[in-house]
Design a binder for this molecule. Structure first.
Ligand SMILES: [Zn+2]
Length: 454
């Protein structure tokens, strides 16, 4: 945030450091203009007002991973105020209170040396934004949904990779409860530094229940900072020393106030990408997709772009949507990868969809072909040719399969002729197995009906 060190997760400890982030005497911070621009980008997407002037402040606390003894953040004059994020599942917008920029601290490593704690300062000085909401979330599930929406938005903006395992997105969650009908909330606790959706939800549920039990037994909830222990599934108060709230904020004397011109804000505003909810709306209006499809397809920019390229390649909009939400997503999930990593170009998927729509392949065989395309990197036509998968409409071949099938099930034939017409499905199934799914269903039905009439 205030020096030129590279940001890289997993680099050897203490290799991405300089006098500024190490807090050496005489080193002076300089605000990173690019980080500020990204923060403004996030603020604008959340509908926040960007302040023409904001002020950096020192937040003091003593901890081994904080060599300066203070963190540079923003306090009473943050970069941006207000805004909201629409969250349909919470019944409306969640208001944003503020958004500010700050630097990250280093990391304590407890697993490198027996009985000792080591410090890695690579992360010290990495730019962060902190987004604070108003208390508009009413359940752990809503909090989780909000975090999902925020993550999706930040990913669309390319402000952060939001990799939670690597700590690029972390959550401090405040919890309070109130008796039904009451206006005022009872005491509040804060659960710090969670880095997974499911842990956030569990921690909030745990805390809410703990608060309710305290209130029911006539006690009062102490304002406390809690640490969530995923292994034990419980939140524990942080030890006193880590919880001292006297941060002795004052304006950072080594940095001038941060000024942002109207022109700069306007320029960043013009460069904002289409946001998830805008894309969803456009998919509904431009492609006539159901809201459900549009929402799912716009889950990530990559998926949405891929979808549009398949449609651009000539596939019908709804058919392409069905393919993406069905077989394609299934293969992505099985492999645990994004759509780009499957190695099937959108135009190639459009070709395959064309073969199915044109009747050259049944849908079932088409899905098999897609899997082969992922495995081999070949085009649909090639897979079909090499593996003999094209739909069989040839009369002679179909008649031969039908004759075999009827000969194998004389009793079913008799029952069918005695009025059990639903057995038609049984014969269709038999021929489909014989043809490995390649029999043209329309022609097969005609020939089968004819043969059964006998
Ligand atoms: Zn540095």
């Amino acid at each position: 945030m205030f020096c030129g060190c590279r940001v890289e997760f997993g680099a050897p400890p203490n290799t991405l450091v300089c006098p500024v982030c190490l807090g050496l005497p005489g080193a002076l911070p300089v605000a990173n203009r690019r980080a500020i621009a990204l923060a403004i980008r996030a603020a604008l997407a959340l509908g926040s007002r960007v302040n023409a002037l904001s002020v950096f402040a020192r937040k003091h606390y003593f901890y081994p991973d904080l060599p300066k003894g203070y963190q540079i953040t923003q306090y009473d004059r943050p970069l941006a105020l207000g805004g909201s994020l629409e969250l349909p599942s919470a019944g409306g917008p969640v208001r944003i209170r503020r958004l500010h920029v700050e630097e990250d601290a280093g990391k304590s490593l407890h697993d490198r040396f027996p009985q000792q704690t080591a410090v890695d300062l690579n992360r010290a000085g990495v730019p962060l934004i902190e987004v604070v909401t108003e208390p508009d979330l009413r359940s752990a599930a809503e909090a989780r949904a909000f975090l999902g929406r925020l993550k999706q938005t930040l990913e669309y903006l390319e402000v952060s990779d939001c990799n939670m395992e690597e700590g690029s997105l972390r959550v401090d969650a405040n919890v309070s409860v109130r008796p039904v009908g009451a206006r005022e909330y009872a005491g509040k606790t804060e659960v710090k530094n969670m880095n997974s959706f499911s842990q956030l939800e569990k921690a909030l549920e745990f805390e809410a229940e703990r608060h309710i039990a305290i209130l029911k037994s006539g006690g009062s909830v102490q304002h406390q900072t809690m640490l969530w222990d995923p292994a034990r599934g419980e939140a524990r108060p942080m030890r006193g020393k880590e919880e001292v709230h006297d941060y002795r904020y004052f304006s950072e004397p080594d940095l001038p106030p941060l000024t942002v011109s109207e022109e700069e804000v306007a320029r960043i505003g013009r460069e904002l990408p289409e946001l998830p909810w805008q894309k969803t709306q456009r998919f509904v209006s431009a492609y006539g997709l159901p809201e459900y499809d549009a929402e799912l397809l716009s889950a990530t920019r990559e998926f949405a772009d891929y979808y549009e390229a398949v449609v651009g390649g000539g596939a019908d909009a709804k058919t392409a949507s069905n393919w993406l939400m069905g077989e394609v997503l299934a293969v992505c999930n099985e492999r645990g990868v994004g759509i780009g990593a499957l190695g099937v170009k959108p135009a190639r998927l459009a070709e395959l969809i064309g073969l199915v729509d044109g009747g050259s392949l049944s849908l079932g065989v088409g899905k098999q072909v897609f899997r082969r395309m992922v495995e081999t990197g070949k085009r649909a036509e090639e897979v079909v040719r090499e593996e003999g998968l094209r739909t069989v409409s040839d009369e002679g071949q179909l008649e031969a399969w039908v004759a075999e099938a009827l000969a194998e099930s004389p009793r079913e034939v008799e029952r069918y002729r005695n009025g059990e017409e639903k057995l038609l499905a049984h014969f269709i199934g038999q021929v489909m197995r014989k043809s490995s799914g390649r029999a043209d269903p329309g022609r097969l039905r005609e020939i089968l009906l004819q043969a059964l009439r006998g």
